[in-house]
Write a protein that binds this ligand. Structure first.
Ligand code: FES
Ligand code: FES
Length: 205
């Protein structure tokens, strides 16, 4: 389940468009804010236009260009990152409204010393990409989707919705396709993406 900015804020704050705990200062007339973003374990104190999306803050302000811009309005999944472990379209999330959330981008999913995340390795092993443009979003989304399945969350194609699923390891290709349906691949590498997902889901993560 992907969260957009309004859904996330309404759940965490009880209101839409509240400004978050990472906000340092602003005023009712100011069009910019001082914020501290928490990304891949590092703190980034920056001053940004209040209308800046997390995607643009990552790419244009901080130079973290691993996260890609496709449609820029929540339709393609290329911009997917993890916020507090949940997958989010960063083009729909205002940076000033992060509420202190911990962001993980494709630059931060691996381990120390350049060690690849098991999902990254599986994408390589199964040719889960061609041009690679959608791949950072696919990988972040897959990591988030596996966490959802490990919590037992059902999808639209789960046979027994009330029972949910046991874990990501038991997902079949139909489940993977449904759960990853928010991430488009213009190269059509879906067969490899699905195989990579299923292999990584069955490995120790
Ligand atoms: S760029 Fe965000 S969903 Fe397409
Ligand atoms: S690998 Fe080219 S868009 Fe997915």
């Amino acid at each position: 389940m992907r969260l957009n900015s309004c859904a996330r804020l309404s759940r965490s704050r009880g209101m839409c468009c509240a400004l978050g705990g990472g906000l340092m200062s602003t005023s009712s007339t100011s069009t910019t804010s001082d914020v501290v973003l928490f990304i891949n374990g590092d703190e980034y104190p920056i001053n940004i236009d209040n209308r800046t999306t997390l995607l643009d803050a990552l790419r244009e302000v901080l130079g973290l260009t691993g996260t890609k811009k496709g449609c820029d309005h929540g339709q393609c999944g290329a911009c997917t990152v993890l916020i507090d472990g949940r997958r989010v379209n960063s083009c729909l999330q205002f940076a000033v409204a992060l509420a202190g959330g911990e962001v993980v981008t494709i630059e931060g999913v691996g381990g120390d010393g350049g060690r690849l995340h098991p999902v990254q390795q599986a994408f390589i092993d199964h040719d889960g990409f061609q041009c690679g443009y959608c791949t950072p979003g696919q990988i972040c989304s897959a990591i988030g989707a596996m966490a959802e399945a490990d919590r037992g969350w059902p999808s639209h194609v789960t046979a027994e919705v009330a029972a949910g699923v046991e874990s990501a390891a038991g997902l079949d290709a139909e489940e993977v396709g449904e759960r990853m349906s928010g991430n488009l691949c213009r190269c059509g590498a879906y067969t490899g993406i699905t195989e990579a997902f299923m292999t990584a889901a069955r490995s120790a993560r």
